[in-house]
Design a protein around this ligand. Structure first.
Ligand SMILES: Cc1cc2nc3c(=O)[nH]c(=O)nc-3n(C[C@H](O)[C@H](O)[C@H](O)COP(=O)(O)O)c2cc1C
Length: 186
């Protein structure tokens, strides 16, 4: 298994993903990583829907297609089919949800940040085990129709669709950025 510093300094996304998706122990570790993130007030403001297998991915694609029609009733057939095919870009998509509690004294943006950390944690756990992933959002993450179709609560937010699988090709390493461009002494 990759060491932690190598993971943290070389992690990258992978847009082209094929079977197999993480299963068994590998998936369990990814789930554990999601639940280990900073969480102000221990609100546990995260929920996850695992979409895997052709028929479940197609169901998600149908939701995207219906949402696309709602967004633009005159959408072309090509664009409609493109929307339907989106989830089929990987063998697994995890819908990452911030289950925000608006009654809590913890600000909503902190709850969202915690949920976002869980997406990153899952990406790292996948990467460390040789799997690839890509964090995606887009308009479907924002649309009420999508949230309702996924039976999310009123205060829930979709912070990402984490596409997961095996990298289709080896992703070339990007050169590291220069910390001096971003860090300064105070
Ligand atoms: C909140 C969030 C949403 C994103 N949504 C998309 C998206 O919808 N489509 C996309 O191509 N990349 C999206 N990205 C960017 C990719 O996940 C990825 O970070 C980017 O391609 C850079 O690659 P890297 O992770 O290897 O640095 C998003 C990133 C974040 C943090």
């Amino acid at each position: 298994m990759m060491d932690a510093i190598t993971l943290l300094t070389t992690r990258q996304s992978c847009p082209r993903l094929i079977e197999p998706a993480p299963q068994g122990e590998a998936l369990e570790l990814i789930k554990q990583a999601a639940l280990r993130v900073p969480d102000h007030g221990a609100l546990r403001p995260w929920r996850f829907l695992i979409v895997q297998g052709r028929s479940s991915l197609e169901r998600l694609g149908d939701i995207f297609a219906e949402a696309a029609v709602e967004d633009d009733p005159s959408i072309s057939n090509d664009l409609l089919e493109r929307a339907r095919q989106l989830p089929l870009r990987a063998p697994m998509v995890i819908v990452c949800i911030a289950r925000c509690n608006s009654e809590s004294k913890i600000p909503l943006h902190e709850q969202l940040q915690s949920a976002a950390c869980s997406v990153m944690a899952m990406q790292q756990a996948a990467f460390a085990q040789g799997y690839g992933s890509m964090w995606r959002t887009g308009m479907y993450a924002e649309m009420e129709f999508v949230k309702q179709s996924l039976e999310l609560g009123e205060d829930d937010e979709i912070v990402g669709f984490l596409y997961l699988g095996t990298p289709a090709t080896k992703v070339p390493q990007r050169p590291a950025l220069d910390p001096t461009d971003f860090f300064a002494d105070f």
